[in-house]
Ligand binder design. Sequence first.
Ligand code: ADP
Ligand code: ADP
Length: 235
Amino acid sequence: GPAARCEGVVRIYSSPTGEVHALKGVDVTVPVGRTTALTGPSGSGKSSLLRILAAQDRPTAGHAEVAGRSLAGLSARGLRALRRRHIGYVFARPTDNLLRHLTAAEHLATAGRLRRVPRGEAREEADHLLELLHLTARAHHRPGEMSGGEQQRLAFAQAVVGRPALVVADEPTGELDTATTHDLLDAVRALTRTGTSVLMATHDPLAVEAADHALHLRSGTVAHELLDGRRLAVV
Ligand code: ADP
Ligand code: ADP
């Protein structure tokens, strides 16, 4: 099946001034081994949908699943387990993803332990990821000794250790300059070629262009969708 899927997802928030209908019946499929970009103006529901697909929140109504597991059937503890095993997460700000006192190799080893990857396997995977993302020379450096672009590539490497079903990224290029953004998007492409499924919320046209699949939200619904450059009909 797909990495994640939503069908008729509704998310309503209650606020002192009344209900906010943030998502009004969203159907989305996040394909395996592709990069999906989630776009839309501020207030269109991107964060709400991202939180649901990252198993941080549950829909008010409708069906949402990640790695084949329905979110509706899970307790808070079940959601936490699902996140730990099956979802990697990348924040916009590189330093938010990393710990100051750990080297790159130690970040990856820690992620391996969290996902219960056997130690030898985790080591091999870490070496492979460092090479794939051009970080081998940084293996024994701490974040303070790395550029923002290197930090964000390490954040993706860390998110991918143990092969979670889905990597969710919130504006991953938001803090990067153009040259570094290109390097990061190349790194994301390299990861999707190895079978990783990435969902990123973004305002960055470069990131949308680099994605295989793009979903555009408007007022809590999918306004249009592109898959491999083809426009999909949205009813
Ligand atoms: P962005 O526009 O960068 O996507 P927002 O500013 O809409 O993000 O939201 C940032 C955070 O604030 C979100 O995690 C969201 O849950 C929360 N938030 C947004 N709007 C409200 C609101 N009206 N009441 C309470 N929390 C809100
Ligand atoms: P985006 O990420 O596209 O900016 P959001 O999903 O953050 O959109 O917000 C969609 C709508 O839901 C907005 O009107 C926002 O103010 C509202 N909203 C988001 N989070 C909350 C919340 N926790 N409580 C109340 N309203 C919220």
